[in-house]
Design a protein around this ligand. Structure first.
Ligand SMILES: Nc1ncnc2c1ncn2[C@@H]1O[C@H](COP(=O)(O)OP(=O)(O)OP(=O)(O)O)[C@@H](O)[C@H]1O
Length: 338
C-alpha cells in the first residue's frame, strides 16, 4: 500500500539508526520501586541475526523483552525495533513484531487451521490469503495432519509449534521467542531450530530468551548475558568461550563431600571453578591445556582425589557462571541496592 508505505517511511526514526538494525537499545534502565530490573542496557540485533539472551531468574530478560515489545515503558534510555521508537511509535513496532506466548490463548475448540485463519483475518488478510498462509505455516511446523483437529487435542509440543506459527502469520521483521523449546522433545526442538535458522537466513531477526545454554550455543549468532539487570557479557559463543579460557577441566571427585574444599583450593590457585549441589562434575576453565597440571597439582596438594578428569572446550555454563558471578548475588535476585 503506497500511502501506508510513505507514512511508514516518514515515521521511521531518523538519525544514526542504520538500515540493517532490527533492534537497538541505548542505555535502557527500568525500575520497579526500589528494584533496578534493568540498568543501562545497550544492545543491537541486525536483520537476519539470532541473538540469545541468557540470565538467571530475575536477571531482567522479561523486562527487556517487555520494553522492546512495547508492553512496558523504559524508565530511561531509548530503543528502536524494526526502525521505530518503542516509546513513541508503539503501534508501528507492534505491527512488525512477533511475540511467542502471545497466543497461548489460542482457542482450543477451533482447529489449527481455524485458529491461524482467524488471526490472519484479524491482521487484515483476505479469506483466501488467510487460508493459504495458515496452510503454509501448518506445513512448515509439521502440523498439516493435525490441521483439522481442535487445538485442545494437541500435545504440549504441538501447541507450542502452533503458537510460534501464529506469531509468524503477519511476516514479522523481528521475532521475540521466550524459552522457545522448553518442554519440547528433541525432534520438535530440532525442527524449531531449523525453522528459526531458515527465517533468519531470509532476513527475520530473532531475540530469544533461553535457559538452555546448548540452545544459545547452537542457534544464536551472538549471546548477551544479563545478570542483576546489567549486561555482563556479549559476543559470539566462540568469543565468550575464548574470553574465559580455551579449555575447561571437568573433575569427578572420588569423595563427593569434598567439593567445597576442592573449590576453595582451586580458587586460591587463581582458577575460577564452579560446581552446584547436584552437579556430578566440578568444572574449571583454564587458559591453556598446560594448566591441566595446575588443576591436578592443586587438588593433590589439597588432599582431594579425582575419580575422573576430562579436558573439553568450555561450555556456555562455564561462560555464564564466570561472567554472571561478577554481579553480587543480591543484585541477581533483584533486591534493591543499599
Ligand atoms: N511488575 C514488577 N514489579 C516489581 N518488580 C518486578 C516487576 N517485574 C519484574 N520485577 C523485578 O525485576 C527483576 C527482573 O525481573 P525479570 O522478570 O525481568 O527477570 P527474568 O530474567 O525475566 O527472570 P525469569 O527468568 O525468572 O523470568 C526481578 O527482580 C523482578 O522481581
Amino acid at each position: 500500500m503506497p500511502g501506508r508505505e510513505a507514512t511508514r517511511e516518514r515515521g521511521r526514526v531518523r538519525g544514526d539508526v542504520p538500515d540493517t538494525a532490527a533492534i537497538t537499545a541505548r542505555s535502557i534502565s527500568r525500575s520497579f520501586g526500589r528494584v533496578d530490573a534493568l540498568r543501562e542496557v545497550s544492545l543491537r540485533v541486525d536483520r537476519g541475526e539470532i541473538m540469545a539472551l541468557l540470565g538467571h531468574n530475575g536477571a531482567g530478560k522479561t523486562t527487556l523483552v517487555d520494553i522492546l515489545t512495547t508492553v512496558l515503558p523504559a524508565s530511561q534510555g531509548a530503543a528502536t525495533v524494526a526502525g521505530y521508537d518503542v516509546g513513541r511509535q508503539g503501534a508501528e513496532v507492534r505491527r512488525r513484531i512477533g511475540v511467542t506466548g502471545q497466543f497461548t490463548a489460542l482457542d482450543g475448540r477451533l482447529s489449527g487451521t481455524a485458529n491461524l485463519v482467524l488471526i490472519a483475518r484479524l491482521l487484515g488478510a483476505g479469506r483466501r490469503a488467510a487460508r493459504d498462509r495458515a496452510r503454509e505455516l501448518l506445513e512448515m511446523f509439521g502440523l498439516s495432519e493435525a490441521a483439522g483437529r481442535p487445538a485442545r487435542t494437541y500435545s504440549g509440543g504441538m501447541r507450542r509449534r502452533l503458537d510460534l506459527a501464529a506469531c509468524l502469520i503477519g511476516h514479522p521483521q523481528v521475532v521475540f521467542l521466550d524459552e522457545p523449546t522448553t518442554g519440547l522433545d528433541p525432534s520438535s526442538r530440532l525442527m524449531l531450530w531449523e525453522i528459526v535458522r531458515r527465517l533468519a537466513r531470509e532476513g527475520t531477526a530473532f531475540l530469544l530468551t533461553t535457559q538452555y545454554l546448548e540452545e544459545a550455543d547452537r542457534l544464536a549468532d551472538r549471546i548477551t548475558v544479563l545478570s542483576g539487570g546489567r549486561i555482563v557479557a556479549s559476543g559470539t559463543a566462540a568469543a565468550l568461550k575464548a574470553q574465559i579460557g580455551t579449555h575447561a577441566v571437568q573433575v569427578a571427585l572420588t569423595d563427593p563431600t569434598r567439593h567445597a574444599q576442592a573449590l576453595r583450593a582451586l580458587r586460591e590457585s587463581g582458577l575460577s571453578p564452579h560446581w552446584e549441589p547436584g552437579d556430578a562434575l566440578l568444572s574449571t576453565p583454564i587458559a591453556s591445556p598446560a594448566e591441566v597440571a595446575l588443576v591436578v597439582r592443586t587438588l593433590d596438594t589439597a588432599g582431594v582425589s579425582c575419580a575422573r578428569l576430562t579436558v573439553n572446550e568450555p561450555t556456555l555454563d562455564d561462560v555464564y557462571l564466570a561472567f554472571a558471578r561478577e554481579v553480587p548475588r543480591e543484585r541477581a535476585d533483584g533486591r534493591a541496592a543499599k
